[in-house]
Ligand binder design. Sequence first.
Ligand code: C2E
Ligand code: MG
Ligand code: MG
Ligand code: MG
Length: 283
Amino acid sequence: EAKRDPGTSYRYYDRELHITAGHQLRLEADLRNALRGNELEVYYQPRIDLATEEVRGVECLLRWNHPQRGLVGPDEFIPVAERSGLIVPIGYWVIEQACKRLKEADGLGYPGLVFAVNLSFRQFHDRKMTETIFRIIFNANIDTSLLELELTESAMMHDPEYAQRCLRELNQLGISFALDDFGTGFSSLSNLQHLPISLVKIDKSFVQELGHSADAEHIIRAIISLAHSLQISVVAEGVETEGQLEFLRQQHCDEIQGYYYARPMPWERLVEFLNNQGKAACL
Ligand code: C2E
Ligand code: MG
Ligand code: MG
Ligand code: MG
């Protein structure tokens, strides 16, 4: 009797793994349909310039309006999209959307708004990346200086020579680059000094430790001062409280992004938001 117990729990685990694998396959099939069936939507989260208190740009964040499960966030399906390779066509679709909205923003009287798009590891290593992005921005006929691509340290450091070549090629077309989730990887800004990076985004895990950990304060101070000495601007992500905002302002952080100011929102809501407050009333 006692000996059967471990066996039972083993089978239980086995079944769990099985269900998980099945769940992944289902998600993958659903995601394939989602891209074809208009279930994917891009949300936009404003980024505020602390000096001018104006919306400097927006980050494009993918959402999935799943017919049964409702709104699904990217943390749930980006890993599936990444493993299956679906992230490649999905990623190009997001860039197309960003270009389309960029033109609309211009028409609505917001001509200088920067649109930031996330690029995942697999997208960045797609052989046709530079030529596909070139084709998208050429067809969209946008001001390329308003398009920014966000990459993580690990995506850039996997093959530094490749990264350097791609970033330079795209940078020559006017596209700028931001280093996303900065501080969570193992590289340092000095490893990245040969890359055309104009912005670092401090990971929200550090911002959210402000007030709870002296280390977080030191790390944020150090990132800002090093970035500025390299002529790189700094955005703090995940700003939720006035205390965090005040600290970042004192440290001369350039921009903030976070729920304190605004959440990611559908395009129509962003337009209302911009119309109602060109300036950041709450700051
Ligand atoms: P990320 O690029 O670091 O994006 C910032 C994330 O922080 C977003 O989560 C945003 O909603 C969230 N955030 C912003 N302000 C706050 C705040 O004050 N508090 C908290 N708790 N969170 C805040 P989201 O939209 O769930 O996206 C998660 C990640 O999924 C993104 O992290 C990005 O890595 C990835 N992702 C989103 N859209 C795309 C896409 O189109 N392509 C690719 N490759 N990845 C994407
Ligand atoms: Mg990002
Ligand atoms: Mg980030
Ligand atoms: Mg993140």
